[in-house]
Design a protein around this ligand. Structure first.
Ligand code: DGY
Length: 328
């Protein structure tokens, strides 16, 4: 008799290739019209399924997990960040959690570097002027930005993405500084020519550009509080491709408006998809709708990771991307 396949519920539409592979391996309920699932639909899913495949747009909290049925054993997240999942509640219900690290590192680092270039060089502002038909031609003092080469970049969170950003930034002549929960081995620091700052406050006060690359956890919520943002030099730029919650967005907006911070490049927002309307009015910001990992290749690789995690887990092995708890 054929073995019963695990029931897998997928909360959003995934790339076709990924869904097809899932259909071959598992008993799958897809979400073909990609409408985010309601709370009731999520409750029904955790009650009946063996595996839930959510994304960052689903809130997998303790209230939801209280409805988990006896079969529910794995949350195989489609994405790296797991701040939308209550890990402690999952552990309490003996539900394993996996994610999709590594495969979006290079894409996210590319987007971070794009913002590091775009903000000081006023890329979006220039493009807006050109499209508006108001460009009157080249002039010596018009649309001047700031040079990247030779400046100091402070990376908050020197994990995989932070290191990939550092490698790119060195190529642009930036000197690399970092703050991380743990200092890296001298070999890593040597390769990146990176200077470690145990004190985040000290680093913030000395950098020209700050890049946020740490995950959002209870420890990093508003890590860049108003007090810390005020430590930045007035010409400093800040780039965030991690999670909006790491920065106090209202405080950042106020400081940008007042000219106390040079500019910001944001791919993520504290209350996404809502964006502080005052940010939208500013010229010294480049704002993107969470596109850091948005490549065809990356999204397929993420799906393949989800498939491997489910398959190894349901075959009785340890999945490769088990999430044990987060830090930075
Ligand atoms: C993730 O996987 O957490 C990313 O933020 C998606 O872009």
């Amino acid at each position: 008799m054929a073995e019963k396949k695990p029931l897998v519920v997928v909360t959003r539409k995934l790339p076709d290739a990924v869904e097809t592979r899932m259909m071959e391996l598992f008993d799958v309920r897809l979400n073909l019209d990609d409408k985010p699932m309601s709370t009731d639909q999520l409750i029904e899913a955790v009650k009946t399924a063996d595996v839930l495949v959510p994304t960052l747009t689903d809130r997998i909290d303790s209230q939801l997990l209280a409805h988990a049925g006896p079969r529910m054993r794995l949350i195989a997240n489609y994405g790296t960040g797991v701040d939308h999942i209550d890990l402690a509640a999952a552990r309490q219900h003996d539900i394993a959690v996996t994610n999709t690290p590594d495969v979006l590192t290079e894409d996210t680092a590319d987007m971070t570097m794009a913002l590091i270039l775009a903000v000081p060089r006023r890329l979006a502002e220039g493009e807006r002027v050109l499209r508006s038909g108001k460009w009157e031609g080249w002039s010596p003092n018009w649309m001047l930005g700031h040079r990247i080469y030779g400046k100091r970049l402070g990376i908050i969170g020197m994990g995989r993405i932070g290191q990939a950003v550092a490698r790119r930034a060195r190529g642009f002549g930036l000197s690399i500084h970092y703050h991380n929960r743990r200092r890296h081995h001298p070999d890593v620091e040597g390769e990146l020519e990176a200077t470690y700052w145990e004190s985040l406050d000290q680093m913030l006060a000395r950098m020209d550009i700050i890049s946020v690359n740490c995950p959002h956890t209870p420890a990093t919520y508003h890590l860049l509080s108003e007090r810390r943002l005020k430590l930045l030099q007035p010409h400093a730029y800040i780039v965030n491709t991690s999670r909006g919650e790491v920065i106090d967005e209202n405080a950042l907006t106020r400081l940008l408006r007042a000219g106390d911070i040079g500019g910001a490049g944001l791919d993520v927002f504290e209350h996404a998809p809502a964006v502080n309307p005052k940010l939208l009015e500013l010229d010294n910001v480049v704002l993107l709708p969470h596109m850091g990992s948005a490549t065809f290749e990356g999204r397929i690789d993420m799906g393949e990771k989800v498939v491997v995690n489910i398959k190894t887990f349901t075959d009785g092995h340890k999945p490769p991307d088990r999430v044990l708890g987060e830090g930075f």
